[in-house]
Design a protein around this ligand. Structure first.
Ligand code: FAD
Length: 377
């Protein structure tokens, strides 16, 4: 895949089939199963999928819509690949759009091959959803920077090679993005005990006067907000694609089950109380997929797609959760077994309602950017 953009319908169909098969291979495993997630990641690497949406000159191929297609098909096959989210969609997008020529050469080929894994440190205990309020400081010292602060819920710090961190530039008061090579013994890490089926660990990261070189800055010092959102918007799109894909997987499984499970002499799927919630979820998933396609194309053409990404994220995560809930209900008690994996997927979809951006904060953006209502946050 690397270096070859999937230009035609045939190539896209092949890409979709490949991704579906790599999802199907792990469909019976929990999304919290680290071995399954790692084995799938190696499959994705062999197939060149971490390269999708990155610039061709650095080993990339395809665009944001192709990335969303791959992510949706993996999830629809049965096993989404959250590892594509931070490295390819967030870090890859930020570096492609805001990195210097040196930084692009240094990191993008490694992201495209899957050799380099990135994590992204934005959230802070004191700021939460209010990222404009973050307190981690970057102070200029000689040619470099001294960074102090605390980040929390940062995924995969222990299994990443580079951490992109958002800090406040002490001089200008604006935000600055910095890259830190990992592992780094100067960072203190405390594991956060998160009870959801995710295959990555979450960490609180303490930085106490950590010096980084001047070339660690990505984009403009003190003017990093635009770069941050050039990473967060594709993250929303990829998360939306996961939600649609997992929702479709749940729906397909539930439909097959409801078509053959007989309780009162007929298959349960012939009762409208079972069929209608599944049909409603189908409609919601199709609508969300259409919104997502438009948003992904806009971002891929160089736009920011802030409003569109939030709209797609809300629609997709609502639709995915609706599908998983209807599917769970159709399965009766079997929905809670390891054999069906329904509750595992339901829990993951429920997580996506709260992170990486909460439904409320996404709606706040729609209310202000889409409707022009006054800002309260
Ligand atoms: C498994 C997991 C992985 C994560 N990975 C990462 C990562 O890799 N990197 C990273 O930086 N972060 C990560 N996060 C953090 C995640 O992005 C945040 O949890 C999320 O952005 C919300 O922040 P918070 O938890 O502080 O909630 P808060 O900001 O405290 O919000 C709590 C609730 O209040 C609501 N709320 C707050 N303000 C408003 C308002 N103005 N209007 C309406 N409602 C409001 C929110 O919507 C939410 O429902 C992760 C979290 C989890 C659970």
């Amino acid at each position: 895949m690397t270096g070859t953009a999937p230009t035609g319908a045939t190539e896209r169909a092949e890409l979709a089939r490949l991704a579906f098969a790599l999802g199907e291979k792990y469909a019976d495993r929990s999304l919290g199963d680290e071995q399954a997630a790692e084995a799938q990641w190696q499959d994705l690497r062999r197939a060149g999928l971490p390269a999708i949406s990155l610039p061709e000159e650095h080993g990339g191929a395809g665009d944001t819509a192709d990335l969303c297609l791959v992510v949706e098909r993996l999830a629809a096959g049965g096993y989404p690949a959250p590892k594509l989210t931070i490295s390819t969609a967030v870090a890859g997008s930020i570096i492609a759009r805001h990195g210097t020529a040196d930084q692009r050469r240094r990191w993008l080929p490694g992201i495209a091959s899957g050799e380099l894994r990135f994590c992204f440190a934005l959230t802070e205990p004191g700021a939460g959803s209010n990222s404009a309020n973050l307190a981690t400081r970057a102070e200029r010292v000689g040619d470099g920077w001294r960074v102090s602060g605390e980040k929390t819920y940062i995924s995969a710090v222990d299994s990443s090679d580079v951490m992109v961190l958002v800090a406040r530039d002490v001089e200008s008061g604006g935000l600055t993005l910095l890259a830190l090579d990992l592992p780094d013994s100067r960072l203190a890490l405390h594991r956060v005990d998160v009870h959801v089926p995710v295959a990555e660990n979450q960490w609180t990261v303490f930085l106490d006067g950590v010096d980084v070189p001047g070339n660690a800055v990505i984009g403009e010092t003190g003017r990093g907000m635009r770069a941050v959102f050039d990473g967060l918007n594709p993250e929303r799109l990829v998360v939306a694609a996961q939600a649609v894909g997992i929702g479709r997987w749940c729906l397909n499984r539930a439909t097959a089950y409801a078509g053959q499970r007989v309780v009162f002499d007929v298959p349960i799927g012939s009762h409208q109380a079972v069929a209608h919630p599944l049909a409603e979820a189908y409609v919601a998933l199709e609508a969300a997929w259409a919104l997502l396609g438009d948003a992904a194309r806009l971002y891929g053409e160089g736009g920011q797609a802030g409003l569109e990404s939030n709209v797609a994220k809300i629609a997709a995560c609502d639709a995915g959760l609706k599908a998983a809930d209807a599917a769970l209900q159709s399965f009766g008690g079997s929905g809670f077994t390891g054999e069906s994996m329904m509750f595992d997927r339901f829990a993951y979809l429920r997580l996506l309602r709260s992170v990486p951006v909460s439904r409320e904060m996404a709606l706040n953006h729609v209310a202000t950017a889409g409707l022009g209502l006054p800002r309260s946050y």
